[in-house]
Ligand binder design. Structure first.
Ligand SMILES: [Zn+2]
Length: 173
């Protein structure tokens, strides 16, 4: 399992709902956590490992030694968004080295299924709401750079160009 890097088209493909809540799904989630920790991330969505399914994992602690922060969501839905929005710096494992300010609702209420296919609900705010919404976007094929103000997009333009060039070079190799 490897991280799919921008601008790989797999990041833009539709993601199917999870239907099989089996051992393979649990094993995939486990591998995603391990890859996320190895690459110093706090969240990872299935399309970022080339699996176009509506599943994400995150741990706000970003630390394999603090597994109590681990959350897996399948087929998540946002049922409520706060009206107030906040800017915060984000990065993404699919955009190594790129960081930018992104505006998002400060809190969300979420419904999802766990690895056993059981429904649960979460009220998220602050850092955890931020991570969730970033990963949730991946499940819709939306990348954090899509949400930048024109001025903030300008700040990362040359880095995005470099990632695009590197992708083309890998594709030709
Ligand atoms: Zn991301």
């Amino acid at each position: 399992m490897d991280i799919v890097l921008y601008p790989d088209p797999r990041l833009r493909k539709p993601n199917a709902p999870v239907e099989a809540f089996d051992e393979e799904l649990a094993a995939t989630a486990r591998q995603m956590f391990e890859l996320m920790y190895r690459t110093k991330g706090v969240g990872l969505a299935a399309p970022q490992v080339g699996i176009n399914l509506q599943m994400m994992v995150y741990n706000p602690e970003g630390d394999a030694l603090k597994p109590e922060g681990e959350t897996v969501l399948c087929n998540p839905r946002i049922v409520r968004r706060a009206k107030d929005k906040e800017f915060e710096e984000e990065g993404c494992l699919s955009f190594p080295g790129v960081y930018a300010q992104v505006q998002r609702p400060a809190s969300v209420v979420v419904e999802a299924l766990n690895l056993a296919g059981e429904e649960f609900s979460l009220e998220l705010d602050a850092w955890e709401a931020r991570i969730f919404q970033h990963e949730f976007d991946h499940l819709d094929g939306i990348l954090f750079t899509d949400r930048l103000t024109p001025a903030n997009k300008t700040l990362v333009k040359s880095q995005l160009d470099e990632l695009e060039t590197a992708y083309r070079e890998r594709a030709q190799a």
